[in-house]
Design a protein around this ligand. Structure first.
Ligand SMILES: O=C(O)CCC(=O)C(=O)O
Length: 279
């Protein structure tokens, strides 16, 4: 297991080691990635998000009370402040080896009941019409027991494989049932069907820790795991300067990605995908 310890101010050597681990493993846990003040800003944003966007929230499962919202960062001033003013984008930029970073989108996920429901295995890159690199930062607002952690399949970002996107809300499955998958897209990842076996990475996390992972890395979260009284988390997604909008034939991508003012092939940099960091 690769667990990293570093304070909010990460020295150059630690930064290089973390960046190497991210490139090799596909995911890292950055200890103390976000300082307590910015965590309080995210808490405020989370509650404003819940209060102000009630009609947009997806309440997926009434038993476990799992709540989700997507691409909501532009509606929540605390999130805007976080992506534009906190040191987080520069941390992600340095760790990913980017020259520039733009915001792609974000998610809110909340298991309100101690009994967690699983997050299906998936690759974030499969939900977008994108060429180029995508990085996701998973920020739990509550501490996380190891068994409730995001689970990343080690080095899966280097497999060169693409798995059909899994469904969080029911909307994608409906679409998936009606389309034939492109030949190079495999059915959703199933670790039991992997011939050579796979290794999982998971982390016990304190508030302020965050997992940074490559958009191609296969990840999910386990089922039926007691995770305390609540597990609130936010994911912010960033793209590097090579990211282009490439409209595809996959109808599910339109659910998440609204290219707005972009033309096909254009760099993902616009008011909808603002530049937040430059080397
Ligand atoms: O928090 C979770 O359960 C899953 C989050 C996730 O998979 C993601 O943000 O890509």
């Amino acid at each position: 297991m690769f667990v990293h310890t570093c304070g909010p101010v990460i020295d150059n050597r630690a930064l290089i080691a973390l960046a190497e681990d991210l490139a090799r493993e596909g995911a890292i846990c950055v200890r103390d990635a976000i300082d307590p003040e910015w965590m309080r800003t995210l808490d405020d944003g989370f509650w404003r998000n819940i209060d102000s966007r009630r009609s947009e929230l997806i309440n997926i499962d009434l038993v476990s009370d799992f709540v989700m919202d997507s691409n909501c960062w532009m509606h929540v001033p605390e999130y805007i402040q976080f992506v534009k003013e906190s040191p987080t984008a520069s941390l992600v930029g340095a760790l990913s080896g980017a020259n520039e970073l733009n915001v792609l989108d974000n998610d809110l996920l909340w298991n309100r009941h101690p009994q967690s429901i699983p997050t299906p295995w998936h690759q974030d890159c499969m939900y977008y019409d994108l060429a180029g690199h995508l990085y996701s930062l998973w920020i739990p607002l509550d501490s996380v027991e190891e068994l409730a952690s995001l689970v990343v399949v080690r080095a899966s970002h280097k497999w060169g494989r693409r798995f059909s996107p899994a469904d969080f809300s029911g909307s994608v499955n409906d679409i998936l049932e009606t389309v034939s998958l492109p030949q190079d897209v495999e059915p959703p990842f199933n670790p039991d069907k992997e011939e050579s076996g796979v290794e999982f990475m998971r982390w016990e996390m304190a508030r302020g820790d965050a997992i940074l992972f490559d958009g191609r890395a296969v990840h999910g979260r386990g089922a039926g795991i007691p995770c305390g009284s609540s597990l609130r988390r936010l994911t912010f997604r960033f793209v590097t300067e090579d990211a282009r909008w490439l409209p595809s034939a996959y109808p599910w991508t339109q659910l998440r990605m609204k290219p707005g003012e972009l033309s096909p092939g254009e760099r993902l940099s616009s008011p909808s995908f603002p530049l937040v960091w430059k080397k």
